[in-house]
Design a protein around this ligand. Sequence first.
Ligand SMILES: CC(C)(COP(=O)(O)OP(=O)(O)OC[C@H]1O[C@@H](n2cnc3c(N)ncnc32)[C@H](O)[C@@H]1OP(=O)(O)O)[C@@H](O)C(=O)NCCC(=O)NCCS
Length: 455
Amino acid sequence: MMHKALRFPGRQRRAFSAVVDTLKHKIQGLAEKKAPQLTALRKEHGGKVLGETTVGQCIGGMRGITCMISETSLLDPMEGIRYRGRTLQDCMDQLPKAPGSKIGLPEASFWLLLTDEIPSDAEVKALNEELHKRSALPESVVKTIDSLPKDTHPMTQLSIGLLALQPTSEFGKAYRSGTLKKNEYWVYTLEDALSLVAKVPILAARIFRNVFMEGKHIPSDPSMDWAGNYAQMLGVSDDALFKDVTRMYLMLHADHEAGNVSAHTTHLVGSALSDPYYSYAAGVCGLAGPLHGLANQECLRWLKNTRQELGGKEPTVEVLTQFAKDTLASGKVIPGFGHGVLRNTDPRYVIQRQFAQDNFPNDPLVKLAEVCFQAIPPVLEATGKVKNPWPNVDALSGTCMQYFGLDQEDYYTVIFAVSRALGCTSNLVWSRMMGLPIERPKSVTLDWLSTKAAE
Ligand SMILES: CC(C)(COP(=O)(O)OP(=O)(O)OC[C@H]1O[C@@H](n2cnc3c(N)ncnc32)[C@H](O)[C@@H]1OP(=O)(O)O)[C@@H](O)C(=O)NCCC(=O)NCCS
């Protein structure tokens, strides 16, 4: 049941600000429009077959089994992701921007994912003010993060930081109070989503400065937009374009429907009514895998190693073809290429490539990445097994960041995680709004499969 007729509960500890009220009314209004659709699907079409599950899919990571709902975005194998029906280029064009910038603001995409509406400039400004109000880290969290060994991977630090924030969960507190009603879950989930999104750049910047900048921190600037402020707290470049590249990174990585590892993990853990801090910390652990988010770190490392081995020689398609073959022969994947669902060049790559070509086409790694774009797909195609030989989002994101001096590749997946918080938490809000149940797919043994296969 889609939860309707919600009256914002009177017992809440603090009054909502006007912008949070606006968000809640917009989300609720959208949910009321969608409620009949969900009810009809459940009641009238619950038995409709969406497709069959094969033995191959059961063994093969559940590829192509349609079995989850994500209201926030939909991925088309050829065209790429759409946020609430809008392509990423639409988002770049239509979302409000920071003064003098051409990049659609990522926090505006958060609004879009939550409400299905492009926010006005005033709404994004108010949202930013609200996020700033919620952004301070509790002292206990600061102490936890500051006490971690500096050689702890930044992604480990981020997931520890998110878990350290968990005691602040409004959902957790309200649930423990024993009086929380099911149709109020989404309201408290939204509360946590907003606070988590507000705090995650502060936490992420603290980790960066602790690990790579001798613990010298740059204060948050409450006059700035969410992503621009994150860029200034990282403090690697005063170039206004560094803020833009950060905004672009955070807008492009925000959501990729719900079946990918980080989104699915967040959704799965959230389905047990674990609060958004627990859920997203789990998602971040999934993002830390090299086949998923960590690929951007691996990709830059691969490009840097390749450049070093070139020893100053111009990269050519012939040389890069050989490098790619050597990587495959050593049993490794070529990071930044391939995808579980996409069957075309990732539009996130296309937008970053355009940005790099417009702003720093002569950067040596950008030039190298261009040659990779020509050399690697044919090598992958020639294996006969790679379903998508084209570049994905990770093939250029690190290259764009290193141009501005952010070349600590171990940190790259943290930036991805700051962005993905937008999509994963919006999805949690909608899962609670739709009253989706705890997830529990059926698993079977090999013997069971063999018996079934023989029937
Ligand atoms: C993303 C990825 C994990 C998708 O995996 P997938 O859905 O299993 O992809 P495919 O169905 O095309 O894989 C078929 C085979 O091709 C291989 N393959 C796919 N992409 C490859 C790549 N970039 N380099 C080398 N081999 C690759 C797979 O490892 C698999 O080999 P196997 O049958 O020996 O196990 C995979 O393309 C990959 O490892 N890419 C590199 C890492 C990366 O960039 N990840 C970020 C994704 S946004």
